[in-house]
Design a protein around this ligand. Structure first.
Ligand SMILES: NC(=O)c1ccc[n+]([C@@H]2O[C@H](COP(=O)([O-])OP(=O)(O)OC[C@H]3O[C@@H](n4cnc5c(N)ncnc54)[C@H](O)[C@@H]3O)[C@@H](O)[C@H]2O)c1
Length: 302
């Protein structure tokens, strides 16, 4: 008996990489899967029917899946992806917003189309694919759904040459926090994943950083993300929402969310002389906090 028996899942960008592994894991756990993928290049250009290969793999293990080749980057694409699920399986329980591309440049060199393409696939892609699902949840009073959104350390920590991608990925974490509040009355959860895995998006960056890639090492590959996403879709995860779950290098962790660490108040408008003292004090408190977080965050072996 699979932990996701009877569930219907949509996974975007599921023709390869992390999305493919999530789709296979969902199928292994008994879910029926819409495997969406535009099948384009790493920068989002081009198209192809790679979703078919994943559908065939799922069928080969006795699962049920259907392919969809629409882009997540348009409202119409998002609606078509959702309709594929309804037309094929009559229902939807799970949406994984995973499709992604890269157009890395420093801001100095970044043209408008490189900014817009990233926003369209990543940030607007989350709107395009999630809105039909949320409408369906509300109109049908559907409960216990799951939405998983793909962020990145690029947006959560920052990364050189990725202002476009980083802004979109930080936006996705914000999208998650607000949406989680909106669907909580339907007992639906919305969580952010911060993944790290060797895929075509990252392999050259890993190798440029001098890291060796071993295809047989699960802790490097995209398969490490799949059980974590699958678990977040089980009934056992019903109370886990608005979180950022990090998975990279064989670890599973939870990230802190923005929070006020220390603050002051005063009766009158702040003077610059007061702030000479107070803001450095706040920054010191933040450094102390960061140190504690770093110590607590180092992985514990299970
Ligand atoms: N691999 C990592 O270390 C890493 C780190 C942080 C975040 N991520 C995020 O995880 C997600 C998956 O990335 P991956 O590493 O598996 O990359 P990948 O390139 O292996 O897979 C992404 C898939 O998305 C598809 N896609 C791209 N644009 C699309 C569109 N407009 N419509 C539909 N499908 C589209 C691609 O065809 C591709 O098959 C992305 O959102 C990525 O930003 C990955």
């Amino acid at each position: 008996m699979g932990r996701l028996n009877g569930k219907i899942a949509i996974v975007t960008g599921a023709g390869r990489g992390i999305g493919k592994e999530i789709s296979l894991k969902f199928a292994e756990e008994g879910a029926k899967v819409v495997v969406n993928d535009l099948g384009g290049d790493r920068d989002g250009s081009g198209e192809g029917k790679i979703a078919d290969e994943v559908v065939n793999e799922i069928k080969a293990i006795g699962g049920e899946a259907v392919a969809n080749y629409d882009t997540v980057a348009t409202v119409r694409g998002g609606e078509n992806i959702f309709k594929t699920a309804i037309n094929s399986f009559n229902s939807v329980d799970i949406l994984v917003n995973n499709a992604g591309i890269l157009r890395d440049k420093t801001l100095y060199n970044m043209e408008e189309d490189e900014w817009d393409a990233i926003m369209a696939v990543h940030l607007k892609g989350h709107y395009n694919c999630t809105r039909p699902f949320v409408k369906y949840i509300k109109d049908n009073n559907k409960t216990n759904c799951r939405i998983l959104n793909m962020s990145s350390v690029s947006g959560l920590f920052g990364n050189f040459g990725q202002t476009n991608y980083g802004a979109a990925k930080a936006g996705i974490a914000g999208f998650t926090r607000s949406l989680a509040l909106e669907v909580t009355k339907f007992k639906c959860t919305v969580n952010t994943i911060s993944p790290g895995a060797a895929t075509r998006l990252t392999l050259d960056l890993m190798q440029a950083a001098g890291r060796e890639y071993d295809a047989n090492d699960w802790s490097q590959g995209p398969e490490q993300i799949a059980p974590i996403v699958a678990w977040l879709c089980t009934d056992e995860a019903k109370d886990i929402t608005s979180q950022i779950i990090h998975s990279q290098g064989g670890i599973v962790g939870i990230m802190q969310q923005p929070a006020v660490i220390k603050s002051f108040t005063t009766d009158n408008l702040w003077t610059l002389d007061q702030l000479d003292k107070l803001i450095p004090e706040l920054v010191e408190a933040k450094k102390h906090h960061d140190k504690q977080v770093e110590e607590n965050g180092s992985p514990k072996k299970v």
